[in-house]
Ligand binder design. Structure first.
Ligand code: NAP
Length: 388
């Protein structure tokens, strides 16, 4: 079989103690030419996703070890141009511009069937940090012709917004089952930081909910305000960083945590006029989970698709039952939800309205540093792989 050679940023296998800078390299890679059902593509823009930084940290997963490969190419969000299609491909043709959706296997309900994600832990997959890669037909959504959405912004839809669409749909549906709009015409929706939460809050605002989002920099707070969402400054409760062991053993930590918790609760009570939050989008996890549960109303929803800062959480089941809290968990989106999200973005301008920086191919290591150092104020760090 012919081989395709291309340039890629690869993450090499290494010891746990080795810094990612020594393991992340630009190299020529090769893979088998496409089969009858595959499609050769060139990525144009990609989104730097939190999972890519988790992969470089090799936490919670060491991908080379898990995939039993000495090198992996990351990248599971972005847009691509089609270069060549296999004989059995029917819906996609050469030259098409498509939103990439990083599914590996679907079950018959259209949900991800395994824990594998393309460009992440799916063995053999070559992610979008390569000048060329090969994908399958169901992984591509056509970008609408003459789209009003600037091309690079479709890379936001690719993962963060499809995830947001799916999670919001379930969270809102759950609230509607337990609380009618007649009883509560304009419920409060809050979100901790991040591009997925922002996507959901924009949907909530569009649908008549009162929205608030928490952030920790002046630029982000200003940006959130300009989107018509109430900004809440996380720096006002700097010690809201839950650690059960420290709470038990460290009196000074406990004092500071309780003080921050009180400020956080007071702010939420003021904003919601003592009603509590009806839907809280929490993709952060451990440091904020306990506080999030305390500011929910009753009934209310806590909704998540992420675990940025910790995924093992303690829940007091009795309290959650008494307060009628529904816990929503979703992952990415179902196949049909990708189509819905794309149509909604095109028709309703559901986009972050953000002048975010686009890093060049050569500057990807700089992007990674800037993202982890908190220097990128945008929730949507983007990189360019090939020229348009
Ligand atoms: N399941 C899926 O399909 C899926 C899809 C996409 C993303 N995710 C996951 O969802 C999580 C969020 O991703 P994202 O892309 O929306 O956002 P992100 O780029 O990971 O940013 C998250 C935001 O969290 C805030 N933050 C960080 N540490 C915090 C802390 N200790 N307490 C409170 N806020 C904190 C920061 O905002 P401020 O400092 O401004 O507050 C930051 O901007 C990640 O873990 C990601 O892997 C899952």
């Amino acid at each position: 079989m012919n081989k395709i050679e291309t340039q890629a940023w690869v993450l090499c296998d290494g010891q746990k103690s080795e810094a990612w800078e020594t393991l992340f390299k630009k190299e020529t890679i090769s893979f088998d030419d496409i089969s009858e059902t595959e499609i050769l593509v060139e990525p144009l823009f990609g989104g730097w996703e939190a999972n890519m930084s988790h992969a470089l940290d090799r936490k919670p997963l060491d991908l080379c070890r898990k995939r039993r490969e000495s090198k992996v190419v990351l990248g599971n969000s972005g847009i691509v141009r089609v270069l060549k299609t296999g004989k059995k491909v029917t819906r996609i043709k050469e030259g098409d511009l498509c939103v990439f959706f990083a599914i590996s296997h679907l079950n018959r309900n259209g949900c991800l069937d395994t824990y594998f994600a393309f460009g992440y832990d799916e063995p053999g997959s070559v992610g979008l940090l390569a000048k060329q890669t090969k994908v399958r037909e169901e992984q591509l959504y056509l970008i609408p012709e003459n789209s009003k959405v600037p091309l690079h912004q479709w890379s936001i839809i690719s993962l963060r917004y499809i995830t947001a669409w799916s999670n919001w749909k379930v969270a809102k549906g759950c609230l509607e089952i337990v609380l009618s709009r007649k009883e509560c015409p304009s419920p409060h929706v809050f979100g901790w930081g991040g591009g997925v939460a922002l996507g959901e809050l924009l949907l909530a605002k569009e649908q008549g909910f009162k929205t608030a989002m928490i952030a920790s920099t002046d630029e982000r707070l200003e940006y959130i305000k300009n989107l018509g969402i109430m900004p809440i400054d996380r720096r006002r409760f700097p010690d809201l960083n839950y650690d059960l062991e420290k709470l038990k053993l460290d009196a000074s930590y406990r004092k500071k945590y309780i003080a921050s918790l009180k400020i956080f609760r007071d702010i939420v009570n003021e904003v919601t006029e003592q009603e509590g939050v009806s839907i809280f989008i929490d993709n952060i996890g451990l440091p904020v989970y306990s506080a999030t549960l305390r500011v929910l109303g009753s009934p209310a929803i806590i909704s998540t698709s992420g675990w940025k800062e910790g995924m093992n959480l303690d829940t007091i089941r009795a309290l959650e039952c008494l307060d009628r809290h529904i816990h929503v968990f979703t992952h990415a989106g179902r196949l049909s939800e990708g189509e819905e999200a794309i149509a909604h973005a095109e028709e309703n301008n559901w986009l972050p309205q953000d002048n975010y920086p686009i890093y060049d191919w050569e500057d990807i290591p700089q992007l990674i540093h800037d993202y982890s150092d908190g220097k990128i104020s945008s929730y949507y760090p983007t990189f360019q792989v090939n020229p348009i």
